[in-house]
Design a protein. Sequence first.
Lengths: 598, 147
Amino acid sequence: MIFRRRRTHAIDPFRPVTPTVPRPRDAAPAAPRANPEKLRLRAERRLKFTAACFLVGFAAVGLKMGAISASEAREPATGGLAGAGIVSERADIIDRQGRVLATNVTATALYAQPHLMVDSDAAAEGLARVFPDMNPETWKRRFKSGSKFFWLKGNISPEQQQAIHDLGEPGLLFGQREMRVYPNGPLASHVLGGARYGEQDVRAAEIKGVAGVEAVFDDYLGDPAREGAPLRLSVDLSVQTAMERVLLSGMKLMNAKGAAAILMDIHTGEIVSMASLPDFDPNDRPQVLTQGDRGDDPLFNRAVQGVYELGSTFKIFAAAQSLELGLTNAGTMIDTRGPLRQGRFRIRDFHNYGNQLSVTDVIVKSSNIGTARMALDIGGTRQQAFLRSLGFFEATPVELTEAPGARPLVPARWPDISTMTISYGHGLSASPLHLATAYASLLNGGTRVTPTLLARAAPPEPGPRIVSERVSAEARHMLRQVVTRGTASLAEVEGYQIAGKTGTADKPSPTGGYYRDKVITTFAGVFPAQDPEYVLVVSLDEPSIQAAGEERRTAGWTAVPVASEAVRRIAPLLGLRPDFDPAADSFGAYLTRAGADN
Amino acid sequence: MRTVFYALSICLVVALAFWAYDEGYRTRATERAVARLERTIGARHQELSMLKAEWAYLNRPDRLHELAEMNFESLGLVPLAPDHFALADQVSFAPPPPPEPPRNRIAGKVLERQIGDVIIMNHVFGAEAESRVIAPPTLADDGEQLP
């Protein structure tokens, strides 16, 4: 509602006044002219009022600016779920089925501020009562040294916390933090590695990976942008459990001092299980051995770091290459008269196998002489190129901190004698993981696989071709016959057609030469042979068993029964259905598989 | 007229001031509530991760294995083996309904005494499997089975 004052005179003072319009006679007499002094005072008052308004306005703005600059910067409390988003500072690690392998729990740390203490001597005595490993004299001295801060314990139990509370000492304080926990104990310890505290603060402590995937994915696990999304490994917890159990009992039964096993998906290269014994508990990671053999350290991952001569398991590479190059076929007869002389070296067989054997029988009976002859035909250069394509010349790319350091030992020069010895697995040392990768690449249809510990979201593109489908099928058929009528006859598991090769290598002694009675036995195989799904490598260190009336050390008596028991336990867990059809073992089944992929 | 106008403006200013302060207080109260909720969510998340860790610890394969061994008598659990796979044709039809309990109570007790000691085993071990001792379950103070 707007009231407007009535106009009393014309708006435009410059408009000429028409004389026709008579001036109102009864207009009010003009107001007397106001006192100029009064007018001046009023104007001054108004100006002062305006100035005061501006002053108050600017003062308010200035005060607010001052307050903002003086106060501590703070994120707005609402929006973005500030407190709820960040749960733990390090993401969980889960297995391929989502079961927890590593997680965090809250923990309490104990620290001391001596300048807040009432009686530092009593505090030191009390601490020594609660923690028997703390020396009261040392801490009495330290509390009096003038320092204002000491870390006492990284994480303590609630009972210990209560005991410290009961001491009633204001200078002993508790800090909140998180603690890395491996709920399954020593299971998959070499894969997980372990963690320790990095930068420590009273309110929180940084967790850093020390070894294994924890160290490789340190940044990834601690990245806040990922909001705690867990890291999914390719390892399967139940398979890993079964594998470690079988391996441990096998190791005890065979009187071995160490053992390693790898189970890998033959098409994708995902490592479903990797075990190395003796192992350790990553919750309480032991110190690195400072004396003795580094290879006997529980922290040593034999499956990845252990670089051994792998013996006769290499023979299939020479045979497959010979087939691939068209130098021989599975039935070609090879001269196996021994001993084979090369310079000052002589190559012998375990038994005398007669004058000649077919290529299949060279593999089945594991003849060194026959393999060496095939390798000589192939030649050193082509052999090197083939082994290089299988990955025997570089470290494995698996996601473990230990992996890049484990480079295979290959001879610097490659004379004919190296060609011959390497064809049956002596003179070139590689890890069981190298062997598993090479077997997977050769026997999955002939394409290279890359080993990985991460669960793949989708099957990867097949790698470069190593051998043809047909050669791959023939190699599998040869290895199958090693199990049905050769050195690995104890590996037979009804329903799962295992195909594989044994290898027994003398251990090199640190003083030079080889031990006479210490061997490393290996079994490398795939199953089911006609349509392979998984590759398994089992390796035992210094096994020895009394069997059939004498002491046995060969792989056929030691590594093979362990591998067969492992397959018997693990294959059902992997959901592999046994096939009891005898036709599955005919060579036709292998070729159908080879044709199906084309 | 002017007086009414002034009075109304003052009332309006007072009312607006009330409204603004009220909004301010309500906003701050909501902020506090949100902060409280966020703290609660954080604490629940913390509890959840703790419970998950505990679940994983209680389900660790070693413990499950020992519990399965302890309760072998009642559960008869054995490791999965190749001969546990079967075809759908091999699955038999639903078993016939259990026989009626005997009318005569004394006869029933006699029968129960006769068959009470029989342990029903779901799995037949191989002839050469070594014999094993099945330990009776040990109970903790609170009745929980401890491996």
